[in-house]
Design a protein around this ligand. Structure first.
Ligand code: AMP
Ligand code: MG
Length: 538
């Protein structure tokens, strides 16, 4: 049994653990791997670790929880957020869920290495579930160890916060703690296991419920628990919809469709590729969740995926994310259909179609904003966008740099040749030798059309630039930057993790002393493991 830790710094955490209070529990108290039937969660405690050490923490999340700013400096904090001790009010559990993995139903998955600590209700009345990732095995661990390594934990910690500051809906990260223990991983599943440093991230979100949380009960024909979980979710996370009923289920589902569409539009805006959009990795709140083998586009490429496990089919490639979200929502529709008290699938189908509509509208508005246009004009802008994406795809062009520098173009300049026109964009090209005369002519034609379109808006260049720079980030968590921070952290130097955390708090601002972090990926990182290729091993 892990002890309660009555540290005064953590006494301000105000727990109200509604998930375990209101939903059915697994009666089995022992922690062994099994199928858990008729229950939303199992009580389980974290596995103690030998020497917890805080690598980084996010003060914004500390504040969200009404913790004092110095809380992270205490030894109690390191122990509690590595799973060695519990603060007053914490009740630990792992939840049951299933999911479609790479398009196939995988049965029970569940929190295999995530252990929830309970829900904090802060002074603003917001509910925040705290969850340790990598804190030891649970009944849902299947054949795995329940642990996480430092490299994947650094990636989850930094990306959660980076996404938040980019304005992308996401789960948050409170802390990243080294455990002092090692974990064996075969990073590329090629028979070369090695001991790596273990770590635990404390994730924070209003709810960690996934599409797969509903699917598992539907798949088992357990409509009683399915209904309990849907009703609980609506009451707790969608209270504005009113008392649960079949009509409200439809409204709820439609809202999930809209939120998911909004999230995907953001991913396409910033060039984020999730990498594993299985239905167990889809948040019911439309949050980006489960940062595994994700990556950021360097060269704009609709076919790119960072996930080596998905290299053959590229199911989760950048350009396929909108369609996969739609497919996943279809699976969620199947799961809740039995609760609708009707054999008519038309209302659910109509609700699902709001995804397509919301995504299409959101994508158009997003592209218009990236280009600095007042609004998307379908007559001209659809063609403008598709031609741009074709051009970007044809020569390796850094997506982040291209859009950032596009804001620097002068719409009032006199006639210029193609080379002059594209000169502000040159920093975005990985292989300048691939800029052929044909390419230059095509881009030049596009730039002229673009500047002509910009002039129809009659927005002053300076204002257009400000607007574009507010949606086209200067700094993203480039894959190689995360890897550099990991390399140093593995040597015991956490400064780069913290430097990146600070940098990515202001992704849209010019940070003159941090210019190097805005540069395109250096050539050494092109093929290096961890920089452009990631496996699910974490
Ligand atoms: P993922 O696709 O990485 O989100 O994981 C799919 C399932 O595998 C989830 O149920 C995870 O909790 C579980 N899982 C992943 N890694 C581990 C691990 N090291 N130990 C136990 N369960 C794991
Ligand atoms: Mg997952």
């Amino acid at each position: 049994m892990i002890e309660k830790h009555p540290h005064p710094l953590l006494a301000s955490l105000n727990f109200d653990n509604s998930f375990i209070r209101e939903l059915p529990a697994d009666p089995e108290p022992l922690n062994y791997r099994r199928q858990v039937l008729g229950a939303c969660y199992s009580k389980v405690q974290p596995t103690p670790v030998s020497q917890p050490q805080v690598v980084a923490s996010a003060w914004e999340v500390v504040k969200l929880l009404d913790l004092p700013p110095t809380a992270c400096d205490s030894e109690a904090f390191a122990h509690i957020f590595a799973g060695n001790a519990l603060a007053e009010g914490m009740e630990t559990y792992a939840t049951c869920y299933g999911g479609h993995q790479f398009g196939s139903w995988a049965g029970q998955l569940g929190d295999g290495r995530a252990i929830n600590l309970g829900e904090v209700v802060n002074q603003a009345g917001e509910r925040w579930t705290l969850q340790l990732k990598g804190a030891g095995p649970t009944p849902y661990s299947r054949t795995a160890d329940g642990l996480a390594v430092l490299r994947s934990s650094v990636r989850e910690f930094l990306c959660s916060e980076a996404m938040f500051h980019l304005g992308v809906p996401t789960t948050r990260a409170l802390s990243l703690v080294l455990t002092g223990d090692t974990v064996i991983r075969d990073m590329f599943y090629d028979g070369n296991p090695k001991a790596e440093l273990g770590a635990v991230v404390c994730r924070v979100a209003p709810s960690f419920t996934r599409f797969g949380s509903f699917q598992i009960f539907a798949a088992r024909g357990d409509l009683t628990v399915l209904k309990q979980l849907v009703d609980y979710t609506i009451r707790t996370d969608f209270p504005h919809l009113g008392a649960p009923s079949p009509a409200v289920y439809l409204q709820w589902y439609e809202e999930v469709c809209r939120r998911t569409a909004a999230m995907i539009v953001h991913w396409q805006r910033v060039g984020f590729v999730h990498g594993v959009m299985n239905t167990d990795n889809m948040s019911i709140l439309g949050l980006t969740i489960d940062y595994g083998p994700y990556g950021w586009l360097e060269g704009f490429d609709l076919n790119w995926t960072p996930n080596t496990t998905d290299a053959a089919d590229r199911r989760y490639r950048f350009g396929n994310q909108p369609a996969i979200a739609f497919w996943n929502l279809g699976q969620l529709a199947n799961a809740i259909f039995p609760l609708l008290d009707s054999e008519d699938i038309a209302p659910l189908q109509a609700a699902l179609n709001t995804y397509q509509q919301t995504f299409a509208n959101g994508w158009q508005a997003m592209m218009a904003s990236k280009l600095g246009l007042e609004r998307f004009n379908p007559d001209s802008d659809y063609e403008l966008c598709t031609e741009l994406l074709t051009i970007l795809q044809s020569v390796e062009t850094d997506m982040t740099l291209f859009f950032r520098h596009l804001a620097d173009l002068d719409s009032q300049a006199g006639p210029a040749d193609d080379a002059q026109l594209m000169s502000p964009l040159l920093a975005a090209y990985y292989l300048p030798e691939h800029i052929t005369p044909d390419y230059q002519a095509r881009l030049g034609a596009w730039l002229k059309a673009y500047l002509g379109r910009v002039r129809t808006d009659a927005v002053p260049d300076e204002l257009r630039r400000q607007r574009m720079n507010a949606v086209n980030p200067k700094y993203v968590l480039r894959n190689y930057l995360a890897q550099l921070a990991i390399d140093q952290a593995e040597q015991g130097d956490f400064s780069k993790v913290n430097e990146l955390l600070e940098l990515l708090r202001h992704p849209y601002d010019e940070q003159p002393d941090k210019e190097a972090f805005a540069a395109k990926r250096p050539d050494w990182a092109r093929q290096r493991a961890g920089c452009s290729m990631l496996s699910c091993s974490s």
